[in-house]
Design a protein around this ligand. Structure first.
Ligand SMILES: C[S@@+](CC[C@H](N)C(=O)[O-])C[C@H]1O[C@@H](n2cnc3c(N)ncnc32)[C@H](O)[C@@H]1O
Length: 196
């Protein structure tokens, strides 16, 4: 599997539509994922209204308007690449965006941490490490998207199955409330949420 850095660096061409630069297959799919992820976070952890949110791996900050519509409190978006953060700051002046690597830098504390697409291309060990680090600084709800139930025969199947196993253990270890959605029309992907 290629590294996340290599994947996103390979898509930085400004000729590509913004959603393609972030690895989404379609702009509509990206928007649908936002809605389903926020619905799940609210089903598991309760209303987002008034809560602080960390958008971990925020890309262009496209999730921000969806959060505003749900009345969230303070927002911070973080990403380890400079280029998407330039777009995020242009699109959302005055909003807090910070460059950091979720695997090595201290992530911000928030009531709610959302991880939308960020786990893709990371090794099973790093997915687990990232989730553990983010959960430690989440006071309320953590919701994320992961590749799920990859069929036999794909080059990345063994890694994705290992990741899935680690995520299942992680969710069992930590969530006093838990939820999962695999039925929103995107094959081989799952949304998961845990709340304290
Ligand atoms: C699939 S894109 C999704 C962006 C945004 N969340 C969205 O849904 O539009 C994943 C983002 O996570 C960022 N990312 C991946 N690994 C990261 C890490 N270790 N630390 C911080 N950001 C990371 C990438 O740079 C990329 O912008």
């Amino acid at each position: 599997m290629q590294s996340p850095e290599a994947f996103y660096r390979g898509r930085l061409d400004p000729e590509y539509p913004p959603h393609v630069r972030l690895g989404w297959l379609s702009a509509e799919g990206q928007q649908t994922n936002f809605r389903v992820l926020l619905d799940l976070a609210e089903q598991v952890g309760g209303p987002l209204r008034g809560l602080s949110v960390h958008d971990a791996g925020c890309g262009h900050g496209d999730l921000y308007p969806h959060l505003l519509a749900r009345g969230v409190g303070p927002y911070i978006g973080t990403d380890f690449m400079a280029e998407p953060l330039v777009v995020a700051r242009e699109q959302h002046p005055g909003v807090t965006f910070q460059r950091l690597d979720l695997l090595t830098d201290t992530p911000p504390t928030a009531d709610v941490t959302l991880v939308c697409g960020t786990l893709a291309y990371h090794t099973p060990e790093n997915v687990e490490k990232m989730l553990e680090r983010l959960w430690r600084v989440t006071t309320h709800t953590l919701a994320f998207i992961a590749w799920w139930d990859f069929p036999r025969g794909r080059p990345d199947t063994a890694a994705v199955r290992d990741t899935q196993h680690r995520i299942e253990q992680f969710v069992r270890r930590h969530g006093s409330r838990r939820g999962r959605n695999t039925a929103y029309g995107v094959p081989n992907e799952a949304m998961l949420a845990i709340a304290r």
